[in-house]
Structure formats: C-alpha cells, structure tokens
Design a binder for this molecule. Sequence first.
Ligand code: FES
Length: 319
Amino acid sequence: MDPENEPLHDEQLPGPTLWPAGFAIGVVVILVGLIIDPKVISTIGGVIAIVFGALWTREATAEMRRRVAPVEPERREAAAAPATAAVADADSAERYPRSKFLESATIGLGGVIGGILTVPVAGFAILPAFLGQKGHRVDLGPITDLAQGQWYIATFTVDPAEAETSRRTAFVRNNGSVTIGGQQVPSCTIISNRCAHLGCPVQANGPTGAILGQKNVVEHTANGEIVLRPVLPAGFGCPCHGGQYDTEGNRTAGPPVRGLDRYSFELKDGHLILLSTYSVSHVDGTGAQAKIHKYKETGPGEHVDGWEQILYPLNPPHH
Ligand code: FES
C-alpha cells in the first residue's frame, strides 16, 4: 500500500494538551478585561494568550521541525552503514509529506487572513484605553477678573485644531479659597453645560449680562477668544426634555440620571486653567464647602452609582 494512503495510527496523532485551553482562557480574560479594566485585566489576558499560544504553536510544529532538522554527523554515519534498501526507506521517511505541507499552508494562510481582519479592529478597541485622552488646557484668564461668588458663562474652544467643533460652555464661579490641611487653596465651581440626559446644551435659568454696581462683573474676554458673561442663575435647565438642575449641578427634575459633569482646574501664574471633565453623581453642600461625589467621565444618560451602573460596563472615550 502507498505509505501516503495508509491510515494514521493512534501514535501518529498529537495527544490532547492544555495549551489550546490556556490560549482560550487568555482570550476570555482579554474580553472580560475590556469590560472591567482594559489596562490591567486585558494585559494579563494578553500575556496568558501569548504564552499559551506560543506553547501551542511550538507543539503543533514540533513534528514539522523534527522532519526538517539537520541530521547530526554521528547519526548520519550510522545511517550510512545499512544496506541500500534501508537507506531508501530512510530517505522516503525524511521527505516532507504533501499532506503536511497543505495542512501547514492552510493554517498559515488562515492565520494571516484572521490577523488582517482582527488586528485593526482589536487595535481600535483596545489602544484608546492605553493611550488615554489628549489632555486639553483652557486658560480662562486671571482669576482676579472673576468676581468672588459671581457666576459666569464661559464659552471657549477646547482644541484650536478642531475649531468650532470643539467649542464648549461652562458655568464658572470663583468661590474664593478654602482651608484644606491647614492650607488655603483656591476653590472654583466649574460645571459643564452638557446635559446628563442626552447631552443637549444646558442653559442658566436667570438673567445674563452686566451686573450693575459690582466690580469686574461685566462681560469680558480672556486671551481674545474666551467670552465670560455674568449670569444670575436660579439653577440650570435643559430645553430638550425639561431636565432641571440646581446651582451645584444636582438633578432636581426631569429625565437626567445624575448631576452635571464638572471641570477640574488649576491656578497657574494667577490664571484659572480648565483641565479635563469628570462626572458627578451628586453634590452635598455648596460652593467651597461642597462635597463632590465624582467619577470618571461617562457618557450622557449613564448612571455612575447605584445598581444601574452595572448596565454601563463600557465607557468609550468622550470629549
Ligand atoms: S437632553 Fe437634557 S433633558 Fe434630555
């Protein structure tokens, strides 16, 4: 019978191993990590998948490597001794079988196609979590230009490269300073106008413009671009579906699921610098004494606390 057509005996088949199972577990850990913690858990899953994948590949190609490995000199001498018929048998055994070549080619081609399809998708899904968001800084001008206790509507461009598409509005109040750990630190309330329902622009419920009789309480600009308009809000309201918030951004009525987002800030050379935004479930107290229940920035309509937060395991990047 033609040796190539002989049925494979049991001893020729690779035995079951743990490597494929370990590889599958690594992939599962990566996917779970995408939901829970892409940076840590997905990285661990990636390491598991790579290690077990490498072991699996090594084992799967062991037979092939054994066939193509050069024959050691001693073994070559030993092989030269037997009769002509035995040499012919050895040559036949060392030839690379066509079925093996087709099997390897099919697996290799499948791997290449799979990589071409999945690597870009996985890259777009995973990389943002590792790269983080581009940090923007917006200079609202000297803090002394903002009268203490007075609200201003600040409109500004977050990223000049994106021009009007990155125009944002925030409600800003200079609270003066607060004592923390025996030190006086500046306090500002800076609330985003993005509604916590579906993201419509929230507006101040109150008159805007020059506030008579108060120093500095006039509309002015910072850096020639940023407009700071005084306002006397009784709260903030959303025209889209009637969402209402108090002056600390707490939801008081309507469909929003949490309070308004806020901007973190710093003071540099006496200038008020807006940094990134964060989400807020609610705020206890007011002004400099407010206790802010803050969370990583999440999209509009997403709960950040309570049992409902488990319904929003993934938080794609937001601006
Ligand atoms: S988007 Fe503001 S209430 Fe719906």
